[in-house]
Design a protein around this ligand. Structure first.
Ligand code: B12
Length: 217
């Protein structure tokens, strides 16, 4: 096996073994080997996270696995992020991003946030369980171009809609573009709630975000 495949396989194995220390160590090996961290985040990390989800759904993994594998994904992502160059765009576009109220899932949002940063955006990550009022207040404070709403549960989807409804009610809908994403989010849902854009994965998220703020995709 080529060194790159061997290392990315090792990273996937460490995540599936729920071993955060090893995942971070292998991620460092990947950086040291000069392998593109963006590609690893987009492929190995994203695909392995999906594999974790599938194992949970099939009953092979239980909740503690989800937590520990989540920690391993985060540990690896944090190391890989160090190798992602700062965007070199002259004009920084500003995004506030977070996971909507009631929803604690952070991994996908974190990956999207770090890739946007790497693509030249000024990213204000508001974390998880973010209230609509917080999204709107922060977007005004930092004069954002874009608001990014992540949501991983069908039960918290209504909070994506709420942010857009609140923007409309406050006469601010035209001031910010809104992009939505996360597991249960579809382009049909994005259209239904009046979002400006939707990204199914991190690659699409960055492409659509750039398009929405008038940067080349
Ligand atoms: C890891 C995980 C957890 C971890 C989260 C750790 C963390 N720090 O994030 C922990 C263990 C804490 C957790 C907890 C829970 N979870 Co959970 N979890 C998952 C799991 C397995 C993976 C999610 C994930 O991180 N995927 C990997 C990332 C990379 O993918 P992603 O998030 O989809 O993000 C990508 C895209 O969606 C997109 N994207 C994401 N955000 C955004 C934002 C924008 C703006 C854009 C454009 C794009 C975008 O780009 C990302 C990168 O490609 C999913 C199953 C699954 N298959 O999704 C269940 C899942 C989401 N969880 C679920 C549940 C039920 C829960 C709990 C309620 C469990 C419980 N009984 O306690 C709690 C919820 C607590 C809460 N209030 O939020 C359910 C939700 C079901 C539903 N109602 O829809 C799922 C679907 C599992 C299942 N099949 O039952 N979970």
């Amino acid at each position: 096996m080529a060194p790159k495949e061997a290392l990315t396989q090792k990273l996937a194995d460490a995540i599936l073994a729920c071993d955060a220390n090893n995942a971070a160590a292998v991620a460092q090996e990947i950086l040291d080997a000069g392998i593109d961290p963006i590609e690893v985040l987009n492929t190995t990390v994203a695909e392995t996270a999906n594999e974790v989800g599938e194992r949970f759904e099939s009953g092979e993994f239980f909740l503690p696995h989800l937590v520990l594998a989540g920690n391993a994904i985060e540990a690896a992502s944090n190391v890989l992020q160090k190798g992602v160059p700062e965007g070199k765009l002259a004009e920084k576009k500003v995004i506030v991003i977070g996971t909507v109220e009631g929803d604690m899932h952070s991994l996908g949002k974190n990956i999207v946030a770090m890739m946007l940063r790497a693509s030249g955006f000024e990213v204000h990550d508001l974390g998880v369980d973010v209230k609509s009022s917080t999204f709107i207040r922060r977007a005004q404070e930092v004069n954002a171009d874009l608001i990014g709403l992540s949501c991983l549960m069908t039960t918290t989807l209504p909070y994506q809609r709420e942010v857009i409804e609140d923007l409309v009610a406050q006469g601010l809908r035209d001031r910010f573009k809104v992009i939505v994403g996360g597991g249960p989010v579809t382009s049909a849902w994005a259209e239904e709630i009046g979002a400006d854009g939707y990204g199914a994965d991190v690659t699409e998220a960055v492409k659509v975000a750039k398009m929405l703020v008038g940067l080349q995709g």
